[in-house]
Design a protein around this ligand. Structure first.
Ligand code: KG4
Length: 349
C-alpha cells in the first residue's frame, strides 16, 4: 500500500511516501530558524510558511520516492491513498495540510486517511522493520507537545497509562535551554552542553534540582512546571553564567527531568497485571542519548525490548510516521470522507 502522507501539525512542512512500513521518501522543511527569534512557534507565520512551501515539499517527496529495484519514481496518481495529520497540533497549521490532502484525494480520486500525530510517533519504530511485537506492549511519546505512556492492546487500540498535566518533556527542555541562553529549539543543544560535563574528569555536579513527584509516582502523571520554576530560581541565583555553570545546570536539569520520566514508567511496570515484552518509543526527545541509555537500562531491569525508530530523523516531526500509522489504518479500512475530515487540535489518542 503506497501512501502519500502530509504533516503540518507545527513548524515542519513534512511530506513522505511510504509503502507499507517502508519509507520511500521523507522530506521535512523545517521553519525552526524562522521562529527562533521569537523563542517559540508563531502560529500565523507557521501557517503562511506551510502554505508557501507545501506544493514544493510534495513535489520533492514524489521526486525522491524511487521504488526499490530501480523502478520508476512515483506519480501522485500511482499512490494508493493520501494520509494527513488531523491533530494534535496548531489549529491553523493543521488546516493547511488537511486542505491539501483533501484537494489531492478529490483530484486523484484516492481514499483519505486521517492520522493522529501521536499515533505516528508511537508507531515510528515500525518504519523499515518487520517488528514482531507481542501485545499488549507499551508506547511512549516524548515530544515538544506531549509526554504520554500508553498500553497498546493492539495497533489502533490504546489505553493511556500516564500523561502530561502541564509542560511536556520537550517543552520543559526547551524552556530550560532558553533560561540558559541556548536558543530554540533547545532540547538538542541542552543535551550537547549536558554531555560535556561527562567528558574529561568526571566531576560531581554542584547543583541539584527536585525530582517531580518523587515518591508519589502512583499518581501516574508527568509534570515539569515545578521543576521549571526551581530551574529558573537556580539559574537566576547563579548569574552571571559561565560555560561550566551552563554545562552543569543543563546536566542537572536533564537528570531531574529524565529521572522523573523513568520513575513513573518504572512504577507502571512494577504494578501492571499483564506481561510486557516491548516498549515503543518516539517523539523528538527520543533522539536524546542520555534518555535512550536510561530507557535501555530500564529495559534490562524489566526484561523489555526498548524500540526506537531506525533513524533519529524519524524521532522529530516527519510524515513517514504518518504514512506508517495510516498503513495500519488502511488495513482496518479506516478511511475518512474528504467532505467530513476536520482538524482536531487537541486530539487524544
Ligand atoms: O516530536 P517533535 O519534533 O515535535 C512535536 O511533536 O512536539 O519534538 C520536538 C521536541 C522539542 O522540544 C525539541 O527540543 C526536542 O523534541 N528534542 C530533543 C532532542 N532533539 C529534539 N530533546 C532532547 N534531546 C534531543 N536530542
Amino acid at each position: 500500500m503506497r501512501i502519500l502522507a502530509i504533516d503540518t501539525s507545527c513548524d515542519e512542512t513534512a511530506v513522505a511516501v511510504t509503502e507499507d512500513t517502508k519509507v520511500l521518501s521523507n522530506v521535512v522543511w523545517s521553519q525552526a530558524s524562522l521562529h527562533a527569534k521569537f523563542g517559540g512557534v508563531m502560529p500565523s507565520l507557521a501557517q503562511r510558511m506551510h502554505e508557501e512551501r507545501i506544493d514544493w515539499v510534495i513535489d520533492k517527496a514524489i521526486k525522491n520516492s524511487g521504488l526499490p529495484g530501480g523502478r520508476a519514481k512515483l506519480k501522485i496518481k500511482n499512490v494508493d491513498a493520501i494520509a494527513v495529520t488531523i491533530g494534535p497540533g496548531l489549529a491553523i497549521t493543521l488546516g493547511v495540510g488537511i486542505a491539501k490532502a483533501k484537494e489531492l484525494a478529490k483530484k486523484y480520486n484516492k481514499p483519505l486517511v486521517a492520522v493522529n500525530h501521536l499515533e505516528g510517533h508511537i508507531l515510528s519504530p515500525f518504519a523499515e522493520t518487520e517488528l514482531k511485537i507481542s501485545y499488549p506492549c507499551l508506547g511512549l511519546a516524548v515530544s515538544g507537545g506531549n509526554t504520554l505512556l500508553l498500553k497498546i492492546n493492539r495497533i489502533g487500540k490504546y489505553e493511556t497509562l500516564a500523561q502530561t498535566v502541564d509542560d511536556a518533556l520537550g517543552e520543559a527542555l526547551d524552556k530550560a535551554a532558553r533560561m540558559l541562553g541556548l536558543g530554540y529549539p533547545g532540547g538538542a543543544i541542552l543535551e550537547k552542553f549536558a554531555r560535556s560535563t561527562n567528558s574529561g574528569q568526571a566531576q560531581k555536579n554542584p547543583y541539584s534540582l527536585p525530582i517531580p513527584i518523587i515518591g508519589h509516582e502512583e499518581r501516574k502523571i508527568f509534570t515539569y512546571s515545578g521543576l521549571k520554576t526551581a530551574m529558573y530560581r537556580l539559574v537566576e541565583s547563579e548569574k552571571p553564567l559561565t560555560k561550566e555553570k551552563i554545562q552543569n545546570l543543563a546536566a542537572c536539569f536533564q537528570n531531574a527531568a529524565f529521572t522523573h520520566l523513568v520513575r513513573v514508567i518504572s512504577f507502571v511496570l512494577n504494578h501492571k497485571s499483564y506481561s510486557i515484552k516491548h516498549l515503543l518509543v518516539g517523539g523528538g526527545v527520543s533522539a536524546n542519548n542520555e534518555l535512550r541509555k536510561r530507557l535501555r537500562k530500564l529495559g534490562k531491569e524489566f526484561e523489555i525490548n526498548i524500540l526506537f525508530p531506525y533513524t533519529k530523523k524519524l524521532c522529530s516531526d516527519n510524515a513517514a510516521m504518518i504514512g506508517i500509522a495510516a498503513y495500519f489504518k488502511t488495513q482496518r479500512e479506516e478511511f475518512v470522507d474528504p467532505e467530513k475530515i476536520d482538524r482536531i487540535p487537541n486530539a487524544k489518542i
